[in-house]
Design a protein around this ligand. Structure first.
Ligand code: SAM
Length: 281
């Protein structure tokens, strides 16, 4: 008899099931249930409140696209703030850039990092780097009270429900804007235009009220709802394509599994129905 783990996509009445062989971690924090399960074909799977956060098989797509796109656009990134991202995947990718001096990670739930450090160390290990400070507190309150400045803010959040809801509000985005330096860039995971179009639409409307430049880009993440996923880049000045630092990209000589020079440009090309959703045509 096989055991399966199923994520239900309520908005479209569909689901995705994984064959699993073992439950490795299952605990409740004051905020959410955190689980790590061993799947038959996708490596370990991190689940929060029944939602897939990452699988070892395809986490590189999400983490590379969230990090390297803004890092190769900002003229001189040194200080990064990651909100959410307690699994450590985004921090791991940022650390690959030697010019990054410091990363503050602010996740509401230390249990997420604990589970990943214990069971998915290849993703989480960067959390122990001396260049990283981990704070376990609400990202919404953090950006309201913080007086530091950052070059890049990465919002690596759960969906806009429960504790993640505040990370999709206009006041949160405004506080992030205020923490960014002159050429600052914010990137947020922005859900699936195929199945969560109203969320994508709202993120776009809110960010456009605050940032002079707002551009969505896409990635194919097989284990996320519909597989068609977007990120939103909101910038105080640098343009995602005109300011792409090709020379720096080549000199860095980093090896990626998903991201590359052509894809950096191609990811910003969006289907017509998504452009319509974003009021771009
Ligand atoms: N890649 C993922 C996805 O799109 O499904 C996101 C993964 S990451 C694990 C999401 C993190 O956001 C979780 O660890 C969760 O604890 C954190 N989070 C949710 N609400 C938060 C808040 N208000 N402040 C800080 N972190 C928050």
């Amino acid at each position: 008899m096989s055991i399966t783990y199923t994520e239900r996509y309520g908005e479209v009445g569909a689901s995705l099931s994984f064959d699993i062989t073992e439950v490795l971690f299952s605990k409740r924090s004051p905020f959410q249930r955190v689980e790590v399960v061993q799947t038959a074909h996708f490596g370990k799977l991190l689940v929060i409140d029944g939602f897939v956060m990452l699988t070892e098989r395809d986490e590189f797509v999400y983490h590379e696209m969230m990090s390297h796109v803004p890092l190769f656009v900002h003229p001189e990134p040194k200080r990064v703030l990651v909100i959410g991202g307690g699994d450590g995947g985004t921090v791991r990718e940022c650390l690959r850039h030697s010019r990054i001096e410091h990363i503050d990670l602010v996740d509401i739930d230390e249990l997420v990092s604990e589970a990943c450090l214990e069971h998915i160390p290849a993703v989480a290990e960067g959390l122990k780097s001396p260049r990283v400070t981990c704070r376990y507190e609400d990202g919404v309150a953090f950006v309201e009270e913080c007086r530091e400045q950052y070059d890049i803010i990465l919002v690596d959040s759960t969906d806009p429900i429960s504790v993640g809801e505040g990370l999709f509000t206009e006041s949160f985005y405004r506080n992030c804007f205020n923490l960014l330096g002159e050429k600052g860039i914010l990137v947020a995971q922005s859900e699936s235009p195929a199945w969560q179009s109203s969320v994508v639409k709202r993120i776009n409307q809110k960010l456009k009220k605050i940032f002079p430049l707002v551009h969505f880009y896409q990635a194919f993440i097989p284990t996320y709802p519909s597989g068609f996923w977007t990120f939103c880049m909101a910038s105080k000045g640098p343009h995602p394509l005109n300011d792409f630092r090709e020379a720096r990209y080549r000199k860095a000589n980093l090896s990626f599994r998903y991201y590359n020079e052509e894809l950096h440009r191609g990811a910003f090309a969006l289907p017509t129905y998504v452009k319509e959703l974003l009021n771009e045509i």
